[in-house]
Design a protein around this ligand. Sequence first.
Ligand code: LIP
Length: 291
Amino acid sequence: MELDLKEIHDFAVGVAEAAGKVLLTRSSLVKNKANSVDLVTEVDEKVEAIIKKEIALRYPEHNFLGEETYSAGSLRVYAIGDEPTWCVDPIDGTVNYVHLFPMICVSIGFTYQGKSVVGAIHAPYLNQTFSAYQGGGAWVNRTTRLPYQNHPLAADAPRGCVFACEWGKDRRDEPNSNLSRKVDSFVNMATEIGGRNGMGGMVHGIRSLGSAALDLCYVATGAFDIWWEGGCWEWDVCAGVIIVQEAGGLVTTANPPDSTESPVPDVGLGSRLYLAIRPAVATESESSRDA
Ligand code: LIP
């Protein structure tokens, strides 16, 4: 099948930006989904319906997987197959949206042969649109190519890194303590590596934005060195995966850092667990972050 990825990309960017305007309206209706921290608002549902309609008009032959459509149980099969499939999160960061924390976005991904090949993520409060298509590079607001950070990844990373992670929506004891242990071991490992080198180095910071899609965008820019999450769905990551990959970063399914699993580079979708590492940019100011 011949697909014009640039055309699909340009369409996805336009739809994401138009949908972003609707996100700026406030929703009074908040409902629970799987549990009391898994939220959906009427704006999530409204925006997904708008995006779904636009896609059906332009590409009636393509499949559609949306967070709210899936949650509503109207989708019989959610596994992403080989056929062209749109994978949409109308509001990534719904908890942020409800609590008026501006890290929210519309995330529109497109897959072919089971891989993410187009992504458009629009963050209306930040006025930023991150986008990419396979072979076309990754961009912010169509004009700035990613990555735009010029500091290299430290040779002894994670020392000096900004590590981002998310906490998911599973509040049972076991998954949570598991998650805390992983973050803990990551930070300890960084501290230990720094200590061994006599540098006393540690991670520079730990961040949690509440939006996996935006986390991936900031891995692509180079702001976040490493991101890990153990509880995301296709619509959370589909668009962000290709944006990181086209920026030159890596997305794998692996646990940091105590994992016995082999990381799988160039990952397909369908995992719940992802690790992304930002593009390693080499510049003359290699030591600028060592102090
Ligand atoms: C959320 C993510 C967040 C993750 C949650 C959830 P939503 O998406 O982006 O990072 O921790 O499990 O999937 O529900 O706001 O679209």
